[in-house]
Write a new protein. Structure first.
Length: 279
C-alpha cells in the first residue's frame, strides 16, 4: 500500500496591520512544525500581573489569550472574534500567513503595541491561487487553491470557521472533520465521504466494503499506525506522528489521523465506515 500523502497546513494573505511598531514574539516561543502550530507567551500591556499566550495555527488561524499571573483566563480573541476592545487586544490578519497581535492599556488615541505571531514553516503556509469553492455538506465547504502543476492546497471550513488545511504536493493530502473525510489529490481533484472509525478507534483489524483489510496499531513513540492487506499482499505499517496520512492501492484509499480516526474510500462502491473485525 503506497503512501499518497504529505499533508501540511496554512493560513491566508496578510490583511491590514494597523498603527504601531511590530516586534517578534520570541520569548518562550515554540513551533511544532509537524502540526503546523506555533506558540509564544508575551508580556501584557497591563503589566506584570498579566501575560498573553499567542497561538498561530494553520488549521484554526491565530488566537491570543489574556491571563493573569496565575494562568487564570481573562479574555481571548481568535477567528470567531478578532478584537476585544474592552480589554485592549486584537488580531490583524487572524487567518493570514503573518497574523499580528496588538494590545494597549488605554483607549482613545493611545497607540497599539504590535507583536508578530510565531512564524510557521513554508509547508504550513497557504500560497496558492483560489480556483474554486466546493460544498461538502450542509455545514462544511472547502476552498481549493492551485500552487503549481502538481501542487494544490485546500482550506476546510465548518459553519464558516476554518477547521483544517490540506497540502497536496505531488502526494495527496487529507482532513477528517467529524464524520467526514476530505482528500485532496495533487492534480486538484477531490474526494469526500462520510463514515469513520474513531477517534481513538479500537486497535485491531478492520474491513472496508471491498474486502480490503486494515490493521490499526499504536506505538507509544510513533503514535497510531495502519497496515493494509490487499490482493497485492500485506504492506508495512505507516505511522501518523502528526498530520493525517493517506494510503492508496488501486481503487482503495485509507486515511488515518493522529488521534486514531480511520476512514476508507473504495471507488465505485457505496461508502461505509470500516467494520471492526477484532484484534
Amino acid at each position: 500500500m503506497r503512501i499518497a500523502l504529505r499533508a501540511a497546513v496554512a493560513a491566508l494573505a496578510l490583511t491590514g496591520v494597523g498603527v504601531g511598531t511590530i516586534t517578534t514574539a520570541h520569548a518562550t516561543t515554540r513551533t511544532e512544525a509537524a502540526n503546523c502550530v506555533g506558540t509564544a507567551t508575551v508580556a501584557s500591556a497591563y503589566g506584570a500581573a498579566f501575560k498573553v499566550k499567542l497561538v498561530s495555527s494553520a488549521d484554526n488561524g491565530a488566537s491570543a489569550t489574556l491571563v493573569d499571573n496565575k494562568g487564570r483566563f481573562v479574555a481571548r480573541v481568535d477567528q470567531s472574534k478578532s478584537a476585544n476592545l474592552s480589554v485592549g487586544i486584537r488580531i490583524n490578519g487572524v487567518l493570514s500567513a503573518k497574523p499580528i497581535f496588538q494590545q494597549r492599556s488605554q483607549g482613545g488615541s493611545t497607540p497599539w503595541k504590535s507583536v508578530a505571531f510565531p512564524a510557521l514553516s513554508a509547508s504550513c503556509t497557504q500560497k496558492g491561487k483560489l480556483v474554486r469553492t466546493q460544498k461538502l455538506d450542509a455545514h462544511q465547504r472547502a476552498q481549493i487553491f492551485k500552487v503549481a502543476g502538481q501542487h494544490y492546497q485546500a482550506r476546510v471550513f465548518k459553519d464558516n470557521k476554518l477547521v483544517s488545511f490540506v497540502d497536496a504536493n505531488v502526494r495527496s493530502g487529507a482532513a477528517v472533520v467529524g464524520n467526514r473525510t476530505f482528500v485532496l489529490i495533487s492534480s486538484g481533484e477531490t474526494l469526500t465521504w462520510t463514515g469513520v472509525a474513531g477517534p481513538k478507534a479500537k486497535l485491531g483489524r478492520y474491513k472496508l466494503v471491498n474486502g480490503v483489510k486494515v490493521k490499526l496499531v499504536h506505538d507509544k513513540k510513533k503514535g497510531y499506525g495502519a497496515q493494509g492487506t490487499t490482493s497485492h499482499g500485506t504492506f508495512p505499517v505507516v505511522y501518523v506522528p502528526a498530520r493525517p496520512v493517506v494510503l492508496q492501492d488501486d481503487a482503495t484509499i485509507v486515511v488515518l489521523t493522529s488521534n486514531g480516526t480511520l476512514s476508507g474510500y473504495v471507488y465505485g462502491q457505496k461508502q461505509k465506515a470500516p467494520v471492526y473485525l477484532g484484534a
